[in-house]
Each structure stands twice: as C-alpha cells, then as structure tokens.
Design a protein around this ligand. Structure first.
Ligand SMILES: Nc1nc2c(ncn2[C@@H]2O[C@H](COP(=O)(O)OP(=O)(O)OP(=O)(O)O)[C@@H](O)[C@H]2O)c(=O)[nH]1
Ligand SMILES: [Mg+2]
Length: 351
C-alpha cells in the first residue's frame, strides 16, 4: 500500500530521469537526443577549423534538462551528452572522466545522506541509464566498445544501441546485432538486459522484457525534421530510393526504446540504480575508507561507519513514521468522503 501511495504521488508530481549518451563522434547522439525530446535540446556541433584539428580537446560532459509530458505524466528528463569520446589517441582519460562523473553523483548522495540536517534544495543527479552508441560497421565490437561497456557497467545500466542503423540493410542489421550480442556474452559484459524471472514475474512482464531483450542492441535512426509523403506527415529521413520513418517499428527500434526508457522501464532502471549499483558503490566506498585508516584510526573509523549506519537507520524509521501518518490521513479522508457520499445519497432519496 505504501508503495502504491508513493506511485500515485509520483504520477501526479511527475518523474525525474537521467540518461547519458556515449559514443564515437558523428554517430548521431545529438540528433538522437533531439529526436527523443522532439525539441532542439542540444545545439548542433560547430565545425572545427582545419588548422585547429591537431589540438585534442578531450571529452566534455554536458547535462541538458527538459520537461516532457508523456500522456499526461510529467517527466523531468536530463540527458547527459559526452562529445569528444573516442576522439583522442589514448582513451584512458575518457573512461576516467565518465566514471568520475558517475561516481561523483553517488558521492553527492552519500554525503547528503550522512548529513544531520538535509538540504531541501539537494538534487539527486544520479544517472539511471547509459546508451552506448555502436558504429554501424557491420563487423563486430571494437576494443574501445568492449572496454567502455565493461568498465562502466558496474556503475550504470548500460544499454547498447546501433547509431545510424539505416546505413545497413535489414539482413545486415540482423547479422550485426547477433554478432554484437555474442561479443557481449563472450566478454561477459553485464549490460542491462531487461531482466525477468519466469517463475516470479507475471506473464505480461516476461513477454515484454523478452521482446525488448531480443531487440538488443537497439537499432536507432534519428531525424529532427518532418517529411510529407502521400499527404502523410512524419519524422523521417528521405533518400532518392525511399524514406525511413523514425517512429515506425518496422524501420527501427527507436519507438520501442523510447517507450521503455520513459515509460515501462523508467522505474526499474531507477530502482536498479538505487538498490543495486549505488548500494554496491556505497559499500565499497565505506569499507575502503575503513580499510585505509585501519592501522591508526580503525576504532574511530568503525565508530564513524556505525554512526552513519545508525543515522541512516534513524532516517529510515522517520520515513516509515511519515508513511504511516500519511496512510492514516488518507484513511480519514476516505472515511469523510464516504460519509459525505452517504449524506448525498440520503438527500437524493428524500428529494
Ligand atoms: N543516416 C543517418 N544519419 C544520421 C542519423 N542520425 C544523425 N545523422 C546524421 O549524422 C551527422 C552527425 O549527427 P550528430 O547527431 O551531430 O552526431 P553526434 O554523435 O552528436 O556527433 P558529435 O557531437 O560531433 O560527436 C549529421 O549529419 C546527422 O544528420 C541516422 O540515424 N542516420
Ligand atoms: Mg553531438
């Protein structure tokens, strides 16, 4: 019941979701973000001057926030773009920068949780999913793809996608997807694969998740412009030999991925981030700091961890109390409503 109250409140207040997009330059990340939001959220890249081409700029990590309305449900979506990934000769710096950004958001929560007085203006900026753009090469994964997904997946839900998938024929795409998934399995990369449990989950969930899993890596096509063909207007890319439609599931997986991210799987991605990925990070970090100081200040440190745990426990209890109070209030209101309805009915009967 408490869960249902929370959900109902969320539906009214809306949801917050953060998505990161990573991939080599020119694979259509910016176009994808703008297509996803149906607005010019990220400005197009200014072209580099040829005489500046030798200067390595490095990776930039830029969040953009938009307010979306999904069938009456408000979503405050933050998309974090990462231009410059893979542009350098040595990519170690890029991995470190992205990982550092993800962990920084966890650190912020960790220190907020251990404050005695909460900051009412605190914003949870944890990233709930990472779309990794694979180049539509038709071969298989490159070393940089494997390395990035492997290094980041312990900290974030990684969802592999193929950018500019309209550059492949349908049968090439099927083969390519198969090879990519074989690589992911062989290298044991723990991507987000729409987890389900045949025994525990209901039939609908199993069916939905297994369908989404079978689409991995999602084939994407991005396009911000609309075209008119035979009097029909839609978002698509027009070529001399035909038109590909962004929102047509026969042409690409954009619509299915969008629905999964912003509707059906939004909550699951957030829960995994909080209950599993963040929790692991928190445990690692706290035990690491306990180990570091174990020689000289181990007692003090243990005490510190214990205090933090106690504090978290107290806050949990406080939250539970609030939940019970809200539940009581809700019951009272329902009683009141019921009494009013009875009154109304008897008045109607008299009239
Ligand atoms: N064929 C095809 N072209 C696309 C697609 N999406 C984007 N493009 C084109 O590819 C070019 C690069 O797209 P961007 O969205 O700027 O790519 P990006 O990944 O943001 O690139 P950088 O920001 O420069 O790293 C543009 O000319 C787009 O019009 C797609 O799905 N298919
Ligand atoms: Mg871009």
């Amino acid at each position: 019941m408490a869960h249902r109250i929370g959900r109902r409140k969320n539906v009214k207040k809306g949801f917050q979701f953060t998505l990161m997009v990573v991939g080599a330059s020119g694979l259509g990340r910016t176009t994808f973000i703008n297509t996803l939001c149906d607005a010019d959220v990220v400005p197009k890249r200014e072209f580099d001057e040829p005489e500046m081409a030798h200067i390595e700029e490095g990776i930039k990590i830029k969040p953009y926030t938009v307010e979306l309305d999904e069938d009456g449900v408000k979503i405050s979506l933050t998309v974090v773009d990462t231009p410059g990934f893979g542009d350098m000769i040595d990519n170690e710096y890029c991995f470190q920068e992205i990982l550092g950004y993800l962990e920084q958001q966890y650190d912020d929560i960790l220190s907020e949780e251990s404050r005695i007085k909460r900051n009412p203006r605190f914003r949870d900026n944890r990233v709930h999913a990472l779309l990794y753009f694979i180049a539509p090469t038709g071969h298989s994964l490159r070393e940089i793809d494997i390395e990035l997904m492997k290094r980041l997946s312990p900290r974030i839900n990684v969802i592999p996608v193929v950018g500019k998938s309209d550059t492949m024929t349908p049968s090439e795409l099927v083969d390519f997807k198969k090879r990519v998934m074989e690589d992911i399995e062989n290298y044991q990369i723990p991507i987000y694969n729409f987890p389900y449990d045949i025994e525990e989950d209901d039939e609908e969930t199993v069916e939905e998740n297994s369908e989404l899993r079978s689409l991995l890596p999602f084939a994407l096509i991005g396009c911000e412009e609309e075209v008119v063909v035979n009097g029909r207007k839609f978002r698509g890319r027009q070529y001399p030999w035909g038109v590909v439609e962004v929102d047509n599931s026969q042409h690409c997986d954009f619509a299915k991925l969008r629905f999964a991210l912003l509707s059906s799987h939004l909550q699951d991605l957030k829960e995994i981030t909080h209950d599993y990925l963040y929790e692991n990070y928190r445990t690692e970090k706290l035990s690491r700091s306990a180990d570091d100081d174990s020689d000289s200040e181990s007692d003090q440190d243990d005490q510190h961890v214990r205090m933090k745990d106690e504090q978290l426990h107290k806050e949990d209890e406080k939250l539970r109390e609030i939940e019970v109070k809200v539940q009581h209030e809700l019951n009272d209101k329902q009683q009141e409503l019921w009494a009013k309805e009875q009154q109304l009915q008897s008045l109607e009967a008299q009239a």
